[in-house]
Design a protein around this ligand. Structure first.
Ligand SMILES: Nc1nc2c(ncn2[C@@H]2O[C@H](COP(=O)(O)OP(=O)(O)OP(=O)(O)O)[C@@H](O)[C@H]2O)c(=O)[nH]1
Ligand SMILES: [Mg+2]
Length: 419
């Protein structure tokens, strides 16, 4: 990026900030108006309640308790607030501008997410880019600095295959021309992006979204504790907010609290949960019921939560196979995605799990979670290169909005941001 480019982007960021600020103020006024109307209604409601008989008092209290709960829920997913016009905003806006976004197309949510992603990848970056930049300074890349880079990439859990690929491309490039520190980083970004994009390109689907007019079924699979249920909750929110008719199947019947956990997420995103509370319920039977429901209700996307822990790994794979069989039998034209959920903080260990799952579970994509606060974010590259799975979503936090469709450009920019 030349100085003028960078100045233009900063100017762009400032304009975007001003626009968002204005939009937020307009929204505030609109909200205030709604608030006033609500107050007026509440006043009328209060007067009505005054007239109620003493025996009804209990019911009234119950009603208001429910109301409070609903209000509390909507607070959780309240619209994001515009923060300061600072380095975070500028960086995020510049990343959006570089992808061709127009000023009036960006949202506070997008800015917030990019800020979160960059912050989340800070630990990975610390042991990697910061050191690399320190080592490189403004000097051209040398074969020795490539050795350092190799060590740093491996340490960030990028994996041996991806690291080899990147280093050998850089070596070839160095034989052709002198590369300064900044040009080196730019080349590195391109190479990393190529690795991540390959399985995405091979799949023929750049962005995974439910296909309209079809029943889409997304199974979330993975070992225990990686974030399947949380991710499903965030997906339900994304999906229903994007106006897809969504339904959840609670097919983790192994863990007693799993259904309750899902119901909370379902409530937050206003999505129904199909479950079977009886002990030892069969996961495939829950999926059977959920498909019936989904068909009746013309659902676009059925999200299926699965168990992460069973007596043995074979049981786990058998259960998944049974679920798949039911789906194939009951709804052969559904579009099925088996998404492996992987916890980034498990680094190479997680990768091993991914490989063993990939062998038996017929996976079609991966979701990387817990990218916040781990130094092992590089494992995303190893998933692309070694397991050959397209990354579809990434999670960086426990909140309902902390999951976004995967975007390799944003990921690599955040991974190699210079601060
Ligand atoms: N920091 C952080 N925590 C996360 C993220 N995703 C999930 N978690 C946390 O990880 C823990 C486990 O998440 P679950 O969603 O219950 O994981 P699971 O895979 O469904 O677990 P089992 O059902 O037991 O197999 C919870 O405490 C989540 O809040 C994330 O992106 N970032
Ligand atoms: Mg779970």
């Amino acid at each position: 990026m030349t100085n003028t480019d960078s100045d233009n982007s900063r100017e762009w960021a400032a304009q975007a900030y001003a626009l968002l600020k204005k939009r937020q103020e307009d929204q505030k006024q609109e909200l205030q108006k709604q608030e006033d109307q609500k107050e007026e209604l509440q006043k009328q409601e209060d007067q009505k309640q005054e007239l109620q008989k003493q025996e009804d008092q209990k019911e009234v209290l119950l009603d208001s308790a429910t109301q409070e709960k609903v209000l509390g829920t909507s607070e959780i997913v309240a619209e994001a607030k515009l923060g300061e016009f600072d380095d975070n905003f500028t960086w995020s806006a510049m990343v959006l501008a570089a992808q061709g976004k127009k000023i009036n197309q960006i949202s506070i949510d997008e800015i917030d997410w990019l800020t979160k992603l960059r912050r989340g990848l800070e630990e990975t970056r610390k042991g990697f880019v910061t050191e690399l930049l320190d080592k490189l300074g403004d000097d051209p890349l040398t074969p020795e600095s490539l050795d350092d880079l190799e060590t740093l990439l491996i340490r960030a859990d990028v994996g041996i295959d991806s690291t080899d690929k990147v280093i050998s491309s850089l070596r070839t490039k160095l034989n052709e021309e002198v590369l300064g520190g900044e040009a080196g980083i730019k080349f590195l970004k391109q190479e990393l992006k190529l690795i991540i994009d390959k399985p995405i390109k091979n799949s023929g689907i750049d962005l995974l979204v439910p296909r309209k007019g079809k029943l889409n079924i997304w199974l979330l699979v993975g070992v225990n504790g990686v974030g399947k249920t949380t991710t499903l909750g965030k997906l339900a929110y994304l999906s229903s907010r994007s106006n897809y008719k969504t339904l959840i199947a609670a097919a983790d019947t192994f863990r007693a609290a799993a259904v309750e956990q899902l119901k909370v997420w379902g409530e937050r995103s206003n999505v129904d949960v199909i479950s079977n509370q009886s002990k030892n319920a069969d996961p495939a039977a829950v999926v059977f019921d959920a498909i019936n429901s989904a068909k009746k209700r013309n659902v676009d996307l059925l999200l299926v939560d699965t168990a992460g822990r069973l007596q043995t790994k074979n049981n786990l794979m058998d259960e998944l196979a049974k679920i798949k069989k039911i789906i194939d039998k009951k709804t052969p034209d559904a579009i099925v995605e088996s998404l492996l959920v992987l916890d980034a903080s498990q680094g190479q260990n997680g990768l091993k799990q991914a490989k063993s799952f990939a062998k038996s579970a017929n996976l079609s994509g991966a979701i990387i979670t817990k990218l916040d606060g781990t130094s092992r974010g590089g494992v995303s590259l190893a998933v692309s290169e070694e397991v050959n799975l397209p990354i579809r979503f990434i999670g960086a936090g426990e909140g309902i909005k902390d999951l976004r469709p995967f975007n390799s450009y944003e990921f690599v920019e955040a991974l190699l941001a210079d601060k």
